[in-house]
Design a protein around this ligand. Structure first.
Ligand code: HEC
Length: 172
């Protein structure tokens, strides 16, 4: 009986909780903020700002990531994916990139910015790094990774074979 009552309380509370999570379509902008918002894909921010707005919340400012949240460390490591089969496509297809609000040219610019030796990749990208182009991103972006953990594990294994130290914060 006690459980039944508890269950009823939960069922009755659920719609309210959901209602709170849905943005109110009639909500007015904050005073002073009435101008229509510019979508990030047309805002023309630098890659550094796009990273701050679209990636940093999970990956942190310098790409350290968070093992507790299964967010790999990109700092000084992410460029290694370009040394293994499938890695080049992988970096575009990971959900945080492919499903970002950035357009294809912005994604290409952002990845190229990250791969710079003085960038998040910190020298981990191959010497003969070939920049991503807008057309390349357009071509690969829409193809999802069907089994991300397995695909990633296969690439980490390829890195190990090449003698690359796996400093990604999430692999034991
Ligand atoms: C909501 C959190 C979140 C956001 C926002 C996010 N990511 Fe991620 N990212 C992750 C997680 C978690 C992973 C691990 C793979 C997975 O589960 O998707 C990951 C994986 C990656 C990887 C593969 C690295 C590896 O070692 O496997 C790259 C590259 C990447 N993200 C880049 C970006 C970029 C660039 C952006 C911004 C455009 C971004 N991410 C936005 C959470 C996020």
């Amino acid at each position: 009986m006690r459980y039944l009552a508890l269950g009823l309380v939960f069922i009755m509370a659920a719609p309210l909780a959901l209602a709170r999570a849905i943005p109110d379509p009639a909500q007015k902008p904050a005073p002073g903020n009435e101008a229509p918002q510019t979508p990030i894909a047309v805002a023309g921010y630098s890659s550094a700002v796009n990273y701050q707005l679209q990636c940093e919340g999970c990956h942190l400012g310098d790409g350290t990531g968070s093992a507790a949240n299964d967010t790999p460390k990109m700092k000084g490591f992410v460029g290694n994916f370009l040394k293994v089969d499938g890695g080049r496509e992988f970096l575009v297809r990971v959900p945080g990139v492919s499903q970002s609000a950035l357009n294809n040219a912005q994604v290409a610019d952002l990845l190229n910015w990250m791969m710079r030796a003085d960038g998040i990749a910190g020298g981990s990208a191959p010497q003969d790094y070939r920049p991503y182009s807008e057309a390349e991103v357009a071509e690969i972006r829409g193809k999802p990774i069907l089994d991300l953990p397995q695909a990633r594990a296969g690439m980490i294994e390829q890195m190990r074979v090449q003698g690359i130290a796996i400093d990604d914060g999430v692999t034991n």
